[in-house]
Write a protein that binds this ligand. Structure first.
Ligand code: GLV
Ligand code: MN
Ligand code: MN
Length: 398
């Protein structure tokens, strides 16, 4: 098969037009937004032209199906609330190009997928989590975004075009190409990362209820200030985590809502996201215990009440050795001395798909290690190198 670099790059830039925003090549295309739906319709047309049958499932995952048994390639095409043009999109468009080139050359059968809500507007990799059975659809339907919209209401936008869930047994395996989203390859001036395993994640919403009151008349010692509780919680976990974490453990409070969020009102409620990631389930569990105990202690000491939302999470997974070896051989041939085996600190749909079939992943560098930001980018020769590694691996496998 002969992949067409120009056609691949053009499709990648065309996809960015849906939700193009911000500086550089930024994108705002959250799951189920107008731009996300329009991008999926555009992708479905590209799939048809590539000889694939487009199929949308009940949660908005878009497949381009080859006839009969096939290898599945792809990623996601939704974005963070402020995202880059390559996160997910790269893996989808590289998959499209490999499937198209293979179809033209009567090569191995390749299907393509763009999973929905990988970026977790509602959950954590919601579309692939439901498809894989990691998350029951009824539970997913109850999830809400930060504005209170339910997953069930959001996915209704696909109701007219959606068919059933795709039978996963038609696929022999799944390969996801992605940007690294960290500094390792860029710093080392390397082109390709072959993923060894993907870290695990836990994520939940925590709410502190205090007493809303006047910011001028309420003495400090009588306040039940929900923001002060959140601030104390953050300081306390940074200290208490110290004896448990490793240099690769990460944790983030990334979304905070204060109620009613006004300068002259002691906040009565703070709701915030608490997310933590690590390569070991045992450590994820120990951090969970610290989080709950710390929040409860602080609430008790200050007379506030604390509530924990549903805890979402995915365990760490290792990549399949046969698929990984095919990627390693392809990397060796395409980018000799400029590739490595490395773990993924970011989360990917591949984690869920591993419940259904063998999976593997490859990375290309992120300039300055930046992602989940408008500035996210990758040098063109690296994008193209990744495409060739993916195509070579597919050829090696069949
Ligand atoms: C996926 O986007 C992640 O948050 O790792
Ligand atoms: Mn991604
Ligand atoms: Mn992402």
């Amino acid at each position: 098969m002969k992949v067409n670099e120009d056609r691949f790059l053009k499709d990648l830039h065309d996809l960015r037009e849906f939700g193009a925003a911000g500086v550089g090549k930024g994108v705002v295309r959250p799951a189920f937004s107008k731009d996300d739906v329009a991008a999926r319709k555009w992708l479905a047309t590209r799939m048809s032209e590539a000889g694939l049958t487009p199929h949308v499932d009940p949660v908005g995952n878009l497949f381009g199906l080859a006839d009969g048994p096939s290898l599945l390639l792809g990623s996601h095409s939704d974005s963070q609330p402020e995202g880059g043009w390559l996160d997910g999109a790269l893996g989808v468009i590289a998959a499209l190009e490999v499937a198209r080139a293979s179809h033209e050359a009567s090569g191995p059968k390749v299907s393509v997928v763009s999973f929905e809500d990988e970026e977790g507007r509602f959950g954590v990799t919601t579309g692939s989590a439901v498809w894989s059975g990691q998350l029951p659809l009824e539970e997913a339907d109850e999830l809400t975004d930060h504005a209170g919209v339910t997953f069930s209401a959001a996915r209704a936008c696909f109701a007219e075009m959606a068919g059933d869930f795709v039978d996963p047994t038609r696929f022999s395996g799944f390969i996801e190409m992605h940007i690294e989203q960290g500094p390792v390859l860029d710093t080392a001036n390397e082109q390709i990362g072959v993923v060894s395993d993907i870290v695990g994640i836990r994520d939940m919403r925590i709410t502190c209820d205090g007493q809303q009151n006047h910011a001028g008349t309420t003495p400090m010692h009588l306040r039940q200030d929900a923001f002060q509780a959140l601030s104390a919680f953050n300081t306390a976990i940074n200290t208490r985590f110290r004896n448990v974490v490793t240099p690769t453990t990460v944790w983030t409070i990334g979304h905070v809502t204060l109620h009613p969020n006004a300068s002259s009102i002691v906040p009565g409620r703070a709701t915030f996201s608490m997310q933590w990631r690590d390569a070991e389930v045992d450590r994820l569990d120990r951090l969970n215990t610290i989080i709950r105990e710390t929040a409860s202690e602080i609430a008790e000491k200050t007379g506030l009440r604390v509530r924990f939302g549903p805890m979402l999470g995915l365990d760490p997974v290792a990549m399949d050795m046969r698929l990984r070896t095919a990627l390693e051989q392809a990397a060796k041939a395409t980018a000799p001395e400029k590739w490595r085996v490395m773990p993924s600190g970011a989360l990917h749909d591949a984690t869920n798909v591993a419940r259904l079939m063998p999976v593997a992943m490859l990375f290309v560098p992120s300039i300055n290690g930046i992602s989940h930001a408008f500035e996210e980018d990758t040098a063109e020769p690296d994008l193209v190198a990744g495409l060739h590694v993916l195509a070579r691996a597919v050829s090696n496998l069949t």
